[in-house]
Design a protein. Structure first.
Length: 428
């Protein structure tokens, strides 16, 4: 039994489950918590995200490079993942446990420090987890299956992280909620690591020095186009998650305890739709499937702009699920093909560097999301929960539909310029 589970798509996906449950709760509710509940100004919240992005620009590529060059009897990625577990738990609890009674500037300082710490540890985990995918799974068919299983687990995690979170912080507060999620993360991550064994050949492969490693990565045009397109779509993921609590309050005008129903409508629908995209991507070239996922996602966000109550919000959420499912399944397959072609050209497996740089590009979506939030808030006069301005309904109606549509149109246009040759080894 153990041999069948070792390096299987199912056990690899446990890592996604471990990371996404707390991460989804974080991305959905941290802005709501600090801005709406604690009264941190939206300008200061945006400033904190900007400072983090500068820090992230330095640490993400370096973590990837160091991971590629790590050589131990336990592998390249697993030691990093084991070491990050207790640090992630500490950082996560810190984000949701600010000291009581501090000034707005004191709250901003805590938020900034906690965010930098949390994101640095999360970077280590995401880089090393993502770098394992192209190493463990070879060929388009296996990668399609592995990606579909992985994203199925991700949707379950998103559902838990969004739908269960309001119940938890309502019953025990944000600090205790964070402790619960930190423990769940550690247990699931240890299960994942128990059933992952790295490729010894990849661990022993020669690695270029820092300058050469990044030079090859930075001049790879398809890599840049793919990940810039992904970053705009990822912005939509983050924007939808962060905006839904505000959308529920100001647009749909439903009580806070019904947030769970609204969030579940989006993510429950994604689970079977991941299977639909798995079937589609097996029939067509993954690059074409990736491109079509942007089109589906763009069309699916439009109905959100017309929501007026819980029922219409649920219907719009189910429609969004189809586009979201396609975008979740297709990017790992496209990036894996880029890494394979680089390995053929250079003779080294540099999943860590590629995953790290890719992660930085895509994670820059957090800044795009924060800027969109700030700009739309300024236009309509929204500052915080203490001062929502004269028209908070329009603020969040535009943020959840019009802005995502614009961002996804940009992704579609960029994707049209991506050309990646399909080689025989991708057929297996």
């Amino acid at each position: 039994m153990k041999s069948k589970l070792m390096n299987s798509p199912m056990m690899y996906a446990f890592g996604m489950l471990a990371m996404m449950i707390p991460s989804q709760a974080f991305s959905t509710f941290y802005s709501y918590y600090y801005v709406e509940k604690l009264g941190l100004g939206i300008g200061l919240a945006t400033l904190a995200r900007t400072i983090f992005l500068i820090w992230d620009a330095v640490n993400q590529p370096l973590f990837g490079y160091w991971s590629d060059r790590t050589k131990t009897k336990y592998g390249r990625r697993r030691p990093w993942l084991f070491g990050a577990i207790p640090l992630f738990m500490l950082a996560y609890i810190m984000v949701f446990s600010p000291p009581a009674g501090v000034s707005e500037m004191g709250l901003f300082t805590w938020f900034l420090i906690a965010l930098i710490f949390y994101e640095a540890v999360a970077t280590v985990i995401w880089v090393n987890y993502g770098a394992l995918f192209p190493e463990l799974f070879k060929g388009d068919r296996l990668r399609t299956k592995a990606s579909a299983v992985q994203q199925g687990y991700q949707i379950v995690a998103i559902l838990i992280g969004t739908s269960l979170t309001p119940f938890l912080f309502g019953a025990m507060g944000f600090g205790n909620m964070a402790i619960v999620y930190a423990i769940v993360f550690a247990v699931l991550m240890l299960v994942f690591l128990r059933f992952v064994k790295e490729d010894e050949e990849a661990v022993g492969a020669p690695q270029p020095k820092l300058r050469e490693a990044f030079k090859e990565t930075l001049k790879n045009k398809p890599f840049w186009l793919v990940n810039i397109a992904n970053s705009f779509a990822q912005t939509v993921n983050g924007l939808l998650s962060a905006t839904i609590p505000f959308y529920a309050k100001y647009v749909l005008k439903i009580p806070e305890d019904q947030n769970t129903i609204l969030l579940a409508s989006v993510f429950v629908s994604v689970i079977p739709l991941v299977g639909v995209w798995y079937w589609l991507l097996r029939k067509i070239d993954p690059v074409k499937g990736w491109r079509w996922s942007f089109v589906a996602y763009a069309l699916s966000v439009i109905p959100l702009g017309f929501g007026t109550n819980l029922a219409s919000g649920i219907a719009a959420g189910v429609i969004v699920g189809f586009g979201l499912a396609g975008f979740l399944v297709s990017p790992p397959m496209v990036n894996s093909r880029i890494i394979d072609q680089d390995a053929l050209k250079t003779g080294s497996r540099r999943e860590g560097v590629y995953t790290a740089v890719s992660g930085f590009i895509v994670r820059s979506s957090g800044l795009i999301s924060a800027l969109a939030f700030l700009i739309v808030g300024v236009i309509f006069g929204y500052e915080s929960g203490d001062n929502p301005g004269p028209d908070p309904e329009s603020t969040f109606r535009y943020l959840i539909s019009a802005v995502p549509l614009i961002l996804l149109i940009i992704s579609i246009v960029i994707s049209l310029f991506v050309k990646i040759e399909r080689k025989p080894e991708h057929e297996s």
